[in-house]
Design a protein around this ligand. Structure first.
Ligand code: GDP
Ligand code: MG
Length: 765
């Protein structure tokens, strides 16, 4: 059976064509060694069956991204019988850039001009015959979305001769250099010598690692790096010989895409519009006051709607209404959360009641199920968040935002592409870290992965809610919403400062230029969206049943066993293994305001912080368990509240109050606790992903970075909140660092030179 590979730019319609060709035969795997999807299937519409492989989307065949390396190696090593190069006909010039590189390989190529429906809609015409002549390979017009032209494409592809010699558009410009370089590869009997020769002239690292390649480059081009020149020549050829095949409609009307872009990429309005969109997304997903009824009545000083408890409903009805309403109407995200929460609650009660042995019922209901549900409970909201982001991505809006933000990000040493993973970090760090694959530069990627946890993820939100609620209830100050928003802001600031510092010191490097075409706006496709969502769901469910499962069992056991391995009930948790470990590490957190100064019961904060290392959901779960114990032991007295009632408060505010009362922790200490949890080592799953995604050897430094950053930020928050005078010191430190960086960027001052000078002086003495 013949094998054809689909190659093309991202978003050119590869997957759409792949699905149209292979239908139900498709299966998805991974490319070896990396977690890039590998799709394979069989086309059965022609005389003979043909095997189809969907290569990752790429803009070029340089070895800068895993996708590029995969595509390049697949074509060179697996010798497919042909390449179906999909070209987005609405973006001919950029897409043909890849085509000119594919043509240099010794492999049959057929060009599929996709999205012809869009081209025709605006009245443009493409002379496929002229293009075919200029390229020297067959060109077929198709519309993958509607399945048009696919049969012709495959018939022509199947009829292609089995062999093709590579040819290049660089002829007549770099003849001499190419000839010498080609001779080297031909002597080595390497297949596709022309392709390799061009790459060698580009000083491609994969080529240069070959024995004798450096000398070959030396003799071909005096060792000169011709990458920029070659790219230039390709574009010149494309605009002179190829894009002339496209005849633009002469009516100068703006397409719908252009019109939308006038607003969405507007110099001034782009960012405000984006902020509004972002706010709307978070509001729909997380708001407990969807229609602003509560907010309006607060502003107007009016009574507002009655709380759920005041409605006088029967218990069953109250549970049902409580899903949608409590003094204000919930947003769709919160409603979904409540639905799951109610169901989980029922399951837990039923299971807990069915087991009569106390410790076993505790372990199964509170430990195992509680832990798993804590993660699954967030699934609806996180999926909803992903749905919005996938929508934005599918329609082509994300590409534009990356483009708009590029200008700003560049000042911090990142390209606009880093934006997407960061914003995803608000949902979950795991997919966010995976998304950094769109960043071409390793250093930029490392810096981005390191700050992703600072964008407070869905699992950290409950920590914010519980403690902010605890502060407002216990101290009667402030507004829980404002505290929560400020903490999000603190995380973002921490990320900006960290990136600035890293990109100017240990991860110094050029920010790669931002090349990305702006795809025309598409209506998103339902199937695509569902595939996206399914990917995320898989991940979460897996996380819940592996890491969280194991960690909750361990935490539960250690908090209910003493060193003699005897069961200790909730009331005497102070004697458990976990308590003694907590007491041991407690002093470490003293500079952050939740250490030794908290006295006998202060270890609860230390324990919560530690269990958070496994999964951030654990922090609040730990609060619940420990808070209940504090009440049982009589360390906290919440005016009539008993331990059982406290455990039922899902938001953990009551538990936070109990812990505040028992330990006497101050507001700055509590804020420092949130700040620490937000910026410290993220959960197990995020760490594992970071390790997989980071370049070799960077993971241990990343761990160190997280520990140091959270400690410094926590201590800063505590001192700034505690006394006014240390504020001056911190401000001074920040000012000095900023000045250094600004001066450095202006090229007047080299920070590292201070250290270097010191070292030298030291030696001389
Ligand atoms: P890939 O990144 O190359 O795999 O591209 P996809 O197959 O995911 O397609 C990107 C977008 O282009 C999707 O929104 C598709 O619905 C859309 N698309 C694909 N083919 C066509 C086409 O022939 N016409 C139009 N109008 N849209 C298309
Ligand atoms: Mg695809």
């Amino acid at each position: 059976m013949k094998t054809f590979a689909l190659a093309g730019n991202p978003n050119c319609g590869k997957t759409t064509l792949f699905n149209a060709l292979t239908g139900a035969t498709a299966h998805v795997g991974n490319w070896p060694g990396v977690t890039v999807d590998r799709r394979e299937g069989v086309y059965k519409g022609g005389e003979k069956h043909i095997n189809i492989v969907d290569l990752p989307g790429i803009y070029s065949l340089s070895p800068y991204t895993p996708e590029e390396v995969i595509s390049r190696n697949f074509i060179l090593d697996s010798h497919p019988d042909g390449i179906i190069n999909i070209v987005d006909a609405t973006n001919l010039e950029r897409n043909l850039y890849l085509t000119t590189q594919l043509l240099e390989m010794d492999v049959p190529v057929i060009v599929a001009l996709n999205m012809m429906d869009e081209v025709e809609k605006v009245g443009d015409k493409i002379d496929a015959a002229a293009l075919e002549k200029a390229l020297g390979v067959p060109v077929v017009e198709i519309c993958a979305l509607k399945g048009k032209g696919i049969k012709q494409l495959m018939d022509k592809a199947a009829a292609m001769p089995a062999e093709r010699k590579g040819n290049t558009v660089l002829k007549g410009v770099l003849d001499k250099q190419l000839e010498t370089a080609c001779a080297y590869y031909e002597a080595e009997e390497v297949p596709s010598p022309l392709f390799h020769a061009v790459k060698l002239l580009e000083s491609d690292e994969l080529e240069l690692s070959r024995k004798g390649a450096k000398q070959a480059l030396e003799s071909a081009a005096n060792g000169k790096d011709m990458e920029a020149e070659i790219a230039d020549e390709r574009y010149k050829y494309i605009s002179a010989k190829l894009s002339t095949a496209k005849v633009k409609a002469n009516n100068e009307v703006l397409t719908k895409s252009d019109k939308i872009d006038k607003l969405l990429t507007h110099r001034v309005w782009a960012i405000p519009v984006f902020i509004v969109i972002l706010f709307a997304i978070f509001h729909v997903t997380f708001s407990e006051d969807f229609l602003y009824i509560g907010a309006w009545s607060r502003i107007g000083g009016a009574e507002g709607l009655p709380a759920l408890d005041d409605l006088g409903l029967s218990e069953g009805l109250a549970t049902f209404v409580g899903i949608f309403y409590d003094g204000a109407v919930f947003s769709p995200g919160v409603i979904l959360f409540n639905v799951f929460d109610t169901i989980f609650g029922l399951i837990m009660d039923a299971v807990g009641g069915a087991i009569s042995v106390e410790w076993l019922s505790g372990l199964v209901a509170d430990g195992i199920l509680g832990g798993i549900f804590a993660v699954l409970g967030f699934l609806p909201q996180i999926l909803l968040l992903f749905l919005w982001f996938s929508l934005l991505e599918d329609t082509g809006y994300m590409a534009r935002i990356a483009f708009v933000l590029d200008r700003i990000f560049r000042r911090f040493g990142l390209s606009g592409r880093a934006f997407m993973p960061m914003i995803m970090g608000f949902g979950c760090s795991v997919p966010a870290a995976i998304n950094t694959r769109t960043l071409a530069d390793d250093k930029e990627r490392t810096a981005t992965i390191r700050v992703i946890p600072f964008f407070s993820c869905g699992a950290k939100l409950p920590i914010l809610v519980a403690i902010a609620g605890g502060i407002v209830t216990s101290f009667g100050v402030g507004n829980a919403d404002v505290i929560t928003y400020c903490m999000y802001l603190l995380g973002i600031c921490a990320a900006i400062v960290s990136v600035l510092l890293m990109r100017n010191t240990t991860l110094k490097g050029e920010t790669p230029p931002f090349i990305m075409e702006l795809p025309a706006y598409h209506l998103p496709r339902f199937k695509n969206l569902m595939l996206h969502l399914w990917d995320k769901t898989k991940h979460f469910v897996k996380k819940a049943f592996t890491i969280i499962f194991a960690s909750t069992v361990i935490v539960w056991l250690f908090s209910h066993l003493n060193w003699q391995w005897h069961f200790v009930p909730d009331e005497s948790m102070n004697e458990s293994i976990i308590a003694s470990i907590g007491k041991l590490v407690q002093p470490v957190f003293t500079p952050l305001g939740f250490g030794s100064q908290l006295g006998e019961y202060g270890w609860v904060f230390a324990v919560a912080a530690i269990t958070g290392l496994i999964a951030k959901e654990n922090v609040i779960a730990t609060f619940g368990t420990l808070g209940a114990c504090l009440v049982s032991m009589g360390a906290a007295n919440l005016g009539g509240f008993d331990a059982a009632e406290l455990l039922e408060d899902e938001e953990g505010i009551t538990a936070a109050c109990a812990m505040i009362q028992a330990t006497g922790i101050t507001i700055p200490g509590l804020i420092a606790f949130i700040a620490f949890n937000m910026t410290t080592i993220p959960c197990f799953a995020a760490c594992a992903t970071a390790k997989a995604e980071l370049p070799q050897g960077k993971f241990k430094w990343t761990l160190l970075f997280w520990v140091a950053a959270s400690y410094i930020i926590g201590a800063a928050v505590y001192t700034i909140g505690g006394w006014w005078w240390p504020v001056a010191i911190w401000v001074a430190v920040a000012a000095v660092i900023t000045t250094f960086i600004v001066l450095r960027n202006l090229g007047k001052f080299d920070i590292m030179s201070i250290f270097k000078r010191r070292k030298k002086d030291g030696k001389n003495q």
